[in-house]
Design a protein around this ligand. Structure first.
Ligand SMILES: [Zn+2]
Length: 292
């Protein structure tokens, strides 16, 4: 089953909702980076939130999320666009711990709680919106909830979950973001708050095999949800050998000559997707000629 995201309105437009299944997307990240279980959960939660936040953008807009809590994972980086593409990595993929006191992967310990969640939105024409909040939990769902409330003044609830098999593969991943619109009646807010207290954790919902529409039905009741858009999502990186060639040309003749003489070749590495590109001596000499 491929991953997809739904955008919806609930209670006659009082609440904007996003729900997504990211099992394949997080699996792709896990395979590319060979992340261990706790690292997979942290990266997968961040990517799941990221792809939903990307879906809030328009056209060619995109965003980057950086989470650095000072924990053993090091910084987590996630990029997403408005078209369902997301990519991401953790600085130290080989991090795993015993389960925490709730029997869950200890994402807080891996991420750390002494640091920031930073979101930078590239909204075109060299215009950037940037917001940051201190990490309040390290479990990431609550941190994104805090980000929306504080940095975007949008009362929200963010649930993200990743289940990992004993062999490190991803069993299931997904999440939701609910946002309260400015004129929402108090009665609806109270109802939603009550529901969020009683509903099973998002990881249980996805483990039960609920699709994004069914997750929203669980939250609001089927009769109260109106799906307005469905969008496929996937792990996708926009790197290419050509992009790295351009970057090497940008280093200038002097630097390229040094590479040729020191190593006789060069290897470029994309952090986001872990793809490596090898440049032979002949290719470097070609780029040297193009360079200034
Ligand atoms: Zn890449």
């Amino acid at each position: 089953m491929s991953d997809y995201l739904v955008k919806a309105l609930a209670y006659d437009g009082s609440i904007r909702a996003y729900a997504v299944r990211t099992t394949e997307t997080v699996s792709e990240a896990q395979r590319r980076h060979a992340t261990w279980r706790t690292a997979s959960a942290a990266l997968g939660r961040a990517m799941t939130a990221g792809v939903m936040m990307g879906a809030m953008l328009k056209g060619d807009e995109k965003l980057t999320i950086k989470i650095d809590g000072g924990g053993p994972l090091g910084p987590i980086l996630v990029d997403a666009n408005a078209k369902g593409a997301v990519r991401g990595y953790v600085s130290n993929p080989h991090v795993d711990f015993e389960a925490n006191e709730h029997g869950k992967l200890d994402v807080r310990r891996a991420v750390g709680t002494d640091g920031l969640l930073v979101v930078v939105k590239d909204v075109g024409l060299r215009d950037f919106f940037s917001g940051q909040v201190p990490l309040v939990s390290g479990e990431l769902g609550e941190d994104f909830t805090y980000y929306f409330a504080t940095s975007e003044q949008t009362p929200s609830s963010v649930g993200v979950g990743v289940l990992v098999n004993p062999d490190d593969s991803i069993l299931a991943a997904g999440g939701f973001i609910l946002q309260i619109m400015p004129r929402t009646e108090d009665a609806i807010i109270t109802k939603l708050e009550e529901r969020l207290k009683t509903i099973a954790p998002i990881s249980s919902l996805i483990e039960q095999g609920l699709n994004p529409e069914q997750i929203l039905d669980e939250l609001f009741g089927q009769e109260n949800v109106k799906i307005i858009e469905t969008m496929p999502v996937k792990f996708q990186c926009n790197c290419s050998k050509q992009r790295f060639s351009d970057a090497i040309v940008g280093l200038g003749k002097h630097e390229i000559r040094a590479m040729i003489e020191e190593d006789g070749q060069a290897e470029a590495h994309c952090h986001f997707c872990n793809q490596k590109y090898l440049f032979s001596k002949e290719e470097l000499e070609q780029l040297e000629q193009e360079a200034k």
